[in-house]
Design a protein around this ligand. Structure first.
Ligand SMILES: Cc1ncc(COP(=O)(O)O)c(C=O)c1O
Length: 482
């Protein structure tokens, strides 16, 4: 079975990826400057008690990412900016205004693209399904089916299976967030949780503050519920600009915010803890609830997880939503909301909307989590995603024209690219489609169709030479348009 890899191999996989990530952060912070030599393999080996192979593997990842280059036998050196990593896109700008979003048909094409084996779906929102412990999950599902009793249909009704809710509460506890079991409402994936929270917090015509750019499903949900939105400038590294949001809340009667504070889709941005505190105090001041989409929480490349905004919430204003879809069990559709002071309302909304989440799927996740292996699986998943990020960044550096900017998120599986000013992402999308390659064009992430020259690429899809070639082809299309 894929997950039965010896622990020694996993140790190596995670230790090198953690070292690579740490060095990359030091380069980003300027502790290591262009031209500086990385600590020698021998010294890292001594100070960290790592094998030379582990250190070398980490340095090769950095080389792939374009952070460093090897100079003969003298070691690894940080790349000068002009030949080194591309710059990151700047924060979005503009005066926020209230709009009614419309979602492009392109989104439907993108979702369908993943079904076609002959399309390279760089646009996909899913990670490679073969990275999940499907065989163990199947056994867990089998065990779940056998243990279901006639009474299960009552016991697992909304707010959900008590054992699963206890597992979720324990995981919160491990990341430093206090959530009582009674607050947790099990849903059919995070998307249902987000929908139910938004319905609970708003009435048609209300205004919702979102990031710019934002996850397209947020735009779609806002549109379908007859709401309006206001897009707030967002930094591709540190997330929503709290100062800009403060002005929006002062000027408009915003009824809810729908935000991602960790590994935002599409930028990959994560807010530092200080900004999260600032944000939650601002929400308290205006008594505005925040729907926090945290589906990528488990996919962090740093050794420790990032806290959600929910961790700093004192008044029950944060409605935290997540799922097992991106980290453990895609397709099982097991998600949840921890909606703070809105828990009863959300539970009622779930009950009247779809009664309950599937009993067998809830139990299957419990059966899986009962045995050791979840953290093992997650560490390997994170290491693989980081590895693939490096590979994709390398090709982006080589194949895209000067003037391209790209993010390097600390988790998740998206790269957000700003293309040279003249390039129209919709044209890139069309030309790539003709070559059976799908990219997610920037305008689908904006109610006002901004981000005309941006695209999102998924580096977590199944990796093969064909994927590498597809990224290079997109680079050549961008070159031809720039
Ligand atoms: C940012 C974001 N939120 C929510 C979801 C939906 O999660 P789920 O599959 O658990 O409903 C996705 C899936 O693509 C996503 O990218």
């Amino acid at each position: 079975l894929a997950e039965d890899v010896p622990v020694g191999d996993l140790g190596l996989a995670t230790r090198y990826s953690e070292l690579a990530h740490e060095m990359s952060e030091r380069i980003r912070e300027g502790v290591l400057r262009p031209g500086d030599r990385l600590p020698s393999v021998r010294s890292v080996r001594r100070t960290r008690k790592m094998s030379p192979a582990t250190v070398l593997q980490a340095y090769r990842v950095l080389e792939d990412r374009g952070d460093v280059r090897v100079r003969g036998r003298s070691g690894y050196y940080v790349n000068a900016r002009k030949i080194g990593p591309m710059a990151e896109p700047a924060a979005s700008e503009g005066t926020p205004k209230v709009v009614e979003p419309t979602v492009r048909d392109v989104v439907l094409d993108l979702v369908n693209a993943v079904k076609s084996p002959d399309i390279v779906a760089l646009s996909s929102a899913f990670p490679d399904p073969s990275l999940f412990p499907l065989a163990r999950l199947a056994r867990a599902l089998h065990a779940a089916a056998l243990r279901l009793t006639p009474n299960s249909i009552y016991e697992d009704l909304t707010p959900g299976n008590p054992e699963l809710r206890r597992c979720i509460a324990r995981r919160y506890m491990e990341t430093g967030v206090t959530v009582p079991i009674e607050e947790i409402v099990v849903t059919s994936g995070a998307l249902e949780a987000l929908n139910l929270c938004l319905r609970t917090a708003t009435r048609p015509g209300d205004i919702v503050a979102i990031e710019s750019p934002a996850f397209y499903a947020a735009l779609e949900t806002i549109q379908r519920l007859g709401l309006r939105c206001i897009e707030v400038p967002t930094c591709p590294r540190e997330g929503i600009q709290v100062g800009a949001l403060a002005k929006v809340l002062a000027r408009h009667s915003v009824k809810a915010c729908w935000l991602m504070s960790n590994f935002q889709n599409p930028t990959g941005a994560s807010m530092p803890d200080e900004k999260k505190v600032e944000l939650v105090r601002l929400l308290e001041k205006h008594d505005v609830p925040m729907i926090e989409d945290d589906v990528y929480a488990e996919l962090h490349f740093d050794p420790v997880p990032r806290k959600p905004v929910k961790a700093f919430d004192r008044r029950g204003l944060v409605m935290h939503c997540s799922s097992y879809s991106k980290c453990l069990a895609p397709g099982y559709r097991v998600g949840w909301a921890s909606p703070g002071r809105y828990a009863k309302d959300v539970s009622w909304a779930k009950l009247t909307f779809s009664m309950a989440a599937t009993s067998a799927a809830q139990w299957a996740v419990v059966e899986y989590l009962k045995k050791p292996g979840y953290n093992f699986h997650l560490r390997r998943l994170r290491a693989t995603l980081l590895d693939r990020q490096g590979r994709m960044l390398k090709i982006v550096h080589e194949a895209f024209p000067a003037g391209t900017k790209v993010t390097r998120p600390s988790g998740g599986y998206f790269l957000w690219l700003e293309l040279p000013e003249r390039v129209d992402a919709m044209k890139v999308y069309e030309k790539a489609c003709a070559r059976k390659i799908h990219v997610a064009p920037g305008p689908i992430f904006s109610a006002q169709k901004q981000f005309r020259n941006f695209i999102r690429l998924n580096h977590g899809i199944e990796w093969s030479p064909k994927v590498g070639e597809a990224v290079a082809t997109v680079g050549s299309i961008v070159r031809s348009l720039s």
